[in-house]
Design a protein around this ligand. Structure first.
Ligand code: GDP
Ligand code: MN
Length: 426
């Protein structure tokens, strides 16, 4: 299939409000650095041209990060203020009497103590989406769920619920980890006052969400997952089947927001990944989201600490994805390589940058979908579309906190990974 022509956009009809043309010209959004020398991704012997990842094509030396941020904010505002409804494809699936679901589950990793927050999130997902489709829920925990927890969860849905205790080998610190080295790494983060600096449980959670959740026996029966966290908000009615939307339109991964990472938690994630790519050129996707991974001009210090990776990532507390991608050879072998390096424990690699680097290197970027119609909030960030299907969310708001407005790298996704057709999809 043509990379840049994956949408079959439906003409205006009763489901699709007429779209206005976008006030955005994507071809004018990328300015090539005059000093850039054209690089091809592969050498003639099919090895990877590693220089490709060292020289960033769109970096502009004469523009300050502040000016870049202003330009990016303007692009974000333009796109977010555009009135949208649903994806304008001809194959949205609506619920009906004999509805056949996709092979999918709503999934939440959660502790017994988070029951109030989970009920809150579930209630919104059920009201906006799942009461129409009744996808099963899979709730996972490293400890057994209490009876009271189960009772309260079951009261929120008519769908099937799987309560899963995670097998210890998919959760606990692997035996290969040198505990003294881990403690030294924890101290380093604690000295810089970084969040979750010394928590082993947080590291277990990040590793689980990065590379083992899709191998939990109860998860193996499913292909698609929608990750739901406790204490988040969903603001918009979703009247079509999002899993079938992914499947029928050839998508691998869906997100709502992209942000920068605390670079101190992933100093060697990128270099470790490039090592793998160098040894395994066959897994690199020629249409990967490389420019998005590499663009460093809004917060250049992040890319310096992360040795060339901008740290821009899909915010993984919301995600809808195809687990067969993670189970596939490229991602699994790369994950094994990351495990050997030990950065989940020696540093504090998060599942968001890990998924993002994996997708950016090994997936075709046209298979990654920005769910612009999913109004969402996980403190401190929002994704708020301009849509009649949403309420309780201020259209276009990214965060109410001025000092973290610069953490939004969604404009880089728009600029470097989206096509005109992707824009017109909504
Ligand atoms: P943050 O969003 O990065 O601040 O991290 P969270 O505290 O929200 O954790 C991410 C997800 O993992 C949430 O769904 C938590 O409920 C869950 N989680 C984190 N740590 C644990 C743990 O030790 N056990 C279990 N069962 N769930 C956890
Ligand atoms: Mn969270």
């Amino acid at each position: 299939k043509d990379y840049y022509n994956t949408w079959n956009i439906r003409p205006n009809d009763e489901f699709n409000a007429p779209t206005l043309p976008y006030d955005v010209d994507l071809s004018k959004e990328k300015t090539v650095n005059p000093k850039y020398k054209e690089q091809s991704l592969f050498n003639s012997d099919h090895s990877v041209n590693m220089k490709y990842f060292k020289t960033f094509k769109y970096h502009e030396d004469d523009i300050t990060p502040k000016a870049i941020l202003e330009r990016n904010d303007a692009l974000y505002e333009k796109v977010m203020s555009h009135k949208i409804n649903e994806p304008r494809v001809d194959n949205l699936q609506r619920p009906d009497v004999n509805y056949r679901r996709a092979n999918a589950t709503l999934m939440s990793l959660v502790r017994n103590s988070e029951i109030d927050g989970l009920v809150d999130s579930m209630r919104q997902v059920e009201a906006h989406f799942n009461k129409k489709f009744r996808y099963p829920w899979t709730l996972m925990n490293n400890r057994p769920f209490e009876e009271e927890f189960k009772r309260r969860v079951l009261a929120e849905t008519d769908a099937q619920v799987n309560f899963v205790v995670i097998p210890p080998e998919l959760w606990d610190i692997p035996p290969s980890i040198d505990i003294e080295k881990m403690n030294a790494g924890m101290k380093k983060l604690a000295d810089q006052d970084l969040p979750y600096a010394t928590l082993a449980s947080y590291r277990n959670m990040c590793r689980f969400n990065s590379g083992t959740f899709y191998n939990v026996p109860e998860m193996q029966q499913y292909r698609w997952y929608w990750r739901v966290e406790p204490s988040v908000n969903y603001f918009c009615d979703i009247d079509y089947d999002v899993f079938k939307f992914m499947e029928d339109n050839g998508k691998t991964y869906g997100f709502v927001a992209t942000l920068y990472e605390i670079a101190e938690t992933i100093p060697t994630l990128w270099s470790t990944s490039l090592e793998f790519v160098k040894e395994n050129p066959q897994y690199l996707n020629p249409n990967g989201a490389f420019d998005w991974l590499l663009n460093d001009n809004q917060l250049p210090d992040k890319a310096k600490l992360a040795k060339g990776y901008s740290t821009c990532h899909f915010w993984s507390n919301f995600e809808i994805g195809d687990m067969d991608f993670y189970r596939g050879e490229a991602y699994s072998k790369w994950f094994d390589h990351l495990e050997k390096a030990g950065g989940f424990y020696y540093e504090r690699w998060g599942d968001a940058p890990v998924h993002s680097v994996g997708l950016g290197l090994f997936a075709d970027k046209s298979k990654i979908h920005w769910f612009r119609d999913m109004g969402y909030h996980h403190p401190p960030y929002y994704h708020c579309p301009t849509s009649d299907k949403c309420s309780g969310c201020t259209a276009g708001l990214f965060t109410p906190h001025e000092n973290i407005l610069d953490q939004n790298c969604n404009p880089h996704w728009i600029r470097f990974s989206m096509t005109e057709k992707d824009l017109e999809l909504y």
